[in-house]
Design a protein around this ligand. Structure first.
Ligand code: SF4
Length: 788
């Protein structure tokens, strides 16, 4: 039985004006009378608060208890509130999100899948963002030019497919998906899904925004309800006030330390309490963004005047006003219950540095120098990187620029290399206009393209050799081994942009700007002042270059070309349907040891260019996973030949001989990103099941969608019984009913056998996916039956 924690009184929601509106709104009965567009870029697509209002009336009468904010928004989007079973952490909800967003690396496969479903247009507003394929080499302008050249085929495919199917297309150079969403599409109280794990960034504007695999996005684009296990709700009560060197980033770094990389699994993190008022909307977005690092379904803040200010500054005053009228449904109910409650006093919160190698190893700055020495982490700081979708707001940039200017005033330039990634063209143009770009460049900083760049391994790093032990620190969100530069010896740390900026002047990881001094060019010591910046630009945002392509009113005549000889794009062929038989003596392709994230299963960096070509990208399948038998990566035994080979080669060998195979994994298998390639690739290479101690949510769903069986060891210790020379049978599948355990049998190399039990979260609909061969096969069959 889950213990529940009461919300500690109503959040000090905002200022008095909003409280009075809240009271007024509770008696308003026709919120839907008003027509307010969801985005300035999508004419005639209106915010549907009325549906939430109606759904909640039904849900309230059924549940008869106060609701958390997460519940209000989620249940407000139920497909059928009358009949939907609702139990947090148990029921599968069928939901109707308001919009879909895809980044270019995942959009290729999502759109290829959407095309296979044979539908004319997307059912909900959808956008595609070109941000992941731009490699950082020299600096913003030349890097962008080169990327447009190299990726022309993919960009052309996406641009034409978007025009055909009614999708908004953000060209390369426009910025990073989550920043663009925040600036243009996020609306308090609405729900979106995005094919990127940091989609929750939009929680900074009170939106329930969840990262999903492309197949989930295709469902929603095709007007099929999106399925989500009813999330639990973890409350984070913020007390006190943000001050000094402490930033919103430190809230999530602290929460990550408390909850660890899987502590948020299956839950929405709901922030509330008086401390919320001291956070800007973009600061709240940072916190929500990085909630992905603790496995949370999403993270969320209640609507407040800081969000209103941001909406107004981004030309969405009408949305702010509408949200204020709807404020009663944009706050948690007084007395609502959380499954877990965390209390953080912002007055006492120290800046944190998390890492290396995992985002949940949280160390307060006051203890960090000692930790560096204790663990012999490389003390010299080679590179500091600020920006990314997580921390590239005007506020972040203005605070960092203030620190850089103070150092420059003392005659200093950065000792470490220093890069700045603006999150969007709008942020880039605004910080250029306001002089911050000059400030950064004056101290030796390099402003990169408005794109993911080093955050996703798109970094042509030259200052250290592969394998050289070194330290970097970024204000990004993720720091798994090799993520930024593909060098497993790089110790990557994550901190606020303020700390990163200050530390590049020391060039030393043990520098604490709160207490330590630096020597200026005049030989005199100085200490940095507490950073200060501007929440919003006083002169308003400069939109910069127009990088948006709106879809034409009628895209039916647009043709989308995919060359059969392309090595970047490949039309999809349906996976085979299940033959109705048990899976007998499937070799274990690999028994993976320890952390096996989606980066280990389907690496980024140079492989990103093959995200639209399943056959080519499958050559990276599981090459980063550590073979538990040998401790090596990308070397497994071929049980047929007895020879060792790379994982994808051995997988393809079995597939070509019609031998199904399985993967055995450890805890939180598939953590990290939403990339469905991590599920598509093993399926393409003939895999049928992944058996683990536990799964990350998005990856588990992705496996189901592609017709794979994600099975959990009922007794986690059974993991130890298996080796990479064993074969696994998955038994009695013909009689399987959702909710039942599935018996498996190990056949050891010496012929001896032993059985073990697995559980699975596969429900009735998902069992249909397995039987059909994939969710897409099922959807295509349904579309065919409807004559679409
Ligand atoms: Fe891009 Fe990094 Fe943000 Fe992902 S986390 S969207 S790779 S900037």
């Amino acid at each position: 039985m889950v213990s529940r924690f009461l919300a500690r009184g109503a959040t000090s929601l905002s200022r008095q004006s909003m409280l009075s509106k809240r009271t007024m709104a509770t008696v308003q009965s026709s919120i839907g009378d008003k027509k307010v567009e969801m985005s300035n870029l999508e004419k005639g697509k209106y915010i549907n608060y009325q549906r939430i209002e109606n759904n909640l009336q039904v849900v309230r009468s059924r549940l008869n208890r106060p609701l958390t904010l997460a519940e209000k928004i989620v249940y407000g989007h139920l497909d059928n509130p009358h009949e939907q079973e609702i139990e947090r952490g148990v029921s599968y909800l069928k939901l109707r999100p308001d919009r879909v967003a895809c980044q270019d690396a995942t959009a290729q496969m999502a759109i290829l899948q959407f095309m296979s479903a044979g539908l004319p247009q997307t059912a909900v507003p959808t956008s595609v963002h070109c941000d992941h394929l731009i490699q950082a080499q020299i600096g913003g302008v030349p890097d962008l030019k080169r990327a447009i050249d190299i990726n022309k085929e993919v960009y052309d495919f996406l641009a034409t497919a978007c025009a055909k199917y009614g999708i908004g297309f953000w060209k390369p150079g426009s910025g990073i998906i989550h920043q663009i969403i925040l600036e243009n599409y996020a609306v308090p109280g609405l729900m979106m899904i995005g094919t990127d794990s940091h989609t929750p960034n939009a929680g900074g504007l009170g939106m329930v925004a969840c990262g999903v695999g492309g197949a989930d996005a295709v469902d929603v684009m095709a007007d099929i309800p999106w399925e989500l296990k009813a999330p639990k709700v973890i409350g984070v009560y913020l007390d006190g006030k943000m001050n000094g060197w402490t930033t919103p980033k430190d809230v999530i770094l602290k929460v990550a330390g408390i909850l660890t990389v899987k502590g948020g699994t299956g839950a929405i993190i709901e922030y509330h309490g008086p401390g919320v008022e001291s956070l800007s909307a973009t600061g709240m977005a940072t916190i929500c963004n990085m909630g992905a690092e603790i496995g949370a379904t999403t993270s969320l803040f209640p609507y407040n005047f800081r969000m209103a200010s941001y909406l107004k500054a981004t030309n969405r005053g009408a949305i702010a006003q509408y949200a204020e009228e709807f404020n009663h449904n944009l706050q948690p109910d007084e007395g609502c219950e959380y499954d877990q409650l965390i209390h953080i006093n912002l007055d006492e919160l120290e800046p944190h540095i998390n890492g290396p190698f995992t985002p949940d190893l949280a160390t307060p700055i006051s203890k960090f120098a000692a930790e560096v020495k204790k663990h012999s982490w490389p003390q010299e700081l080679k590179v500091g990187l600020i920006g990314s979708c997580t921390n590239s707001s005007y506020e972040d940039m203005s605070r960092s620029a203030a620190i850089a200017k103070e150092a420059a005033d003392h005659g200093l330039t950065a000792k470490s290399k220093f890069t700045i990634t603006p999150g969007s063209e709008q942020v880039r143009a605004t910080i250029a206009r306001d002089g911050f770009v000059d400030t950064f460049e004056n101290i030796g900083g390099v402003v990169l393209a408005n794109a993911c760049g080093p955050c996703i391994g798109q970094w042509d790093r030259k200052d250290v050799k592969k394998g050289e032990v070194n330290s970097i620190i970024s204000s990004y969100n993720r720091n798994f081994t090799g993520r930024n530069d593909a060098n497993p010896a790089t110790h990557a740390f994550v901190a606020s942009p303020d700390l990163v900026t200050a530390m590049v002047f020391a060039g030393d990881l043990t520098f604490n700007p709160l207490t330590d001094s630096l020597k200026g060019a005049d030989g005199k010591e100085f200490k940095f002042s507490d950073p200060s910046g501007h929440e919003l630009p006083a002169k308003g945002y400069d939109p910069g270059e127009n990088t948006f392509q709106a879809p034409p009113a009628d895209g039916t005549t647009v043709s989308v070309a995919v060359s059969p000889s392309s090595d970047r794009l490949q039309l999809l062929k349906p996976f085979k349907a299940w033959d109705g038989k048990d899976i007998i003596e499937a070799p274990v392709l690999i028994k993976a040891k320890g952390k096996c994230t989606t980066d280990h299963i389907s690496a980024g960096g140079p492989w990103l260019k093959y995200r639209g070509h399943l056959e080519n990208i499958s050559q990276n399948c599981l090459i980063g996973a550590i073979n538990a038998d040998s401790g090596e990566a990308n070397s497994v035994i071929n049980q047929e030949t007895g020879e060792f080979g790379p994982v994808p080669t051995v997988g393809a060998y079995y597939r070509d001989k019609n031998i199904p195979w399985v993967v055995v994994g450890d805890e939180n298998y598939g953590e990290g990103s939403s990339r469905e390639h991590a599920a598509l690739e093993p399926r393409f290479l003939g895999g049928r099941a992944v058996i683990c101690r536990s799964f990350a949510r998005i990856h588990e769903t992705n496996l189901k969608k592609q017709g794979m069986l994600p099975l959990w060891f009922k007794n986690p210790a059974d993991y130890e019984k298996i080796s990479g020379t064993d074969k696994i049978s998955i038994l009695d599948l013909q009689n399987f009913k959702p909710g039942q355990d599935i018996t498996c049998e190990i056949t050891h190399k010496d012929g001896s056998k032993e059985k073990f039990l697995t559980t699975t979260s596969i429900n009735e609909g998902q069992w249909g996916w397995f039987k059909a061969g994939s969710a897409l096969n099922m959807m295509a069959a349904a579309a065919k039956a409807r004559g679409a």
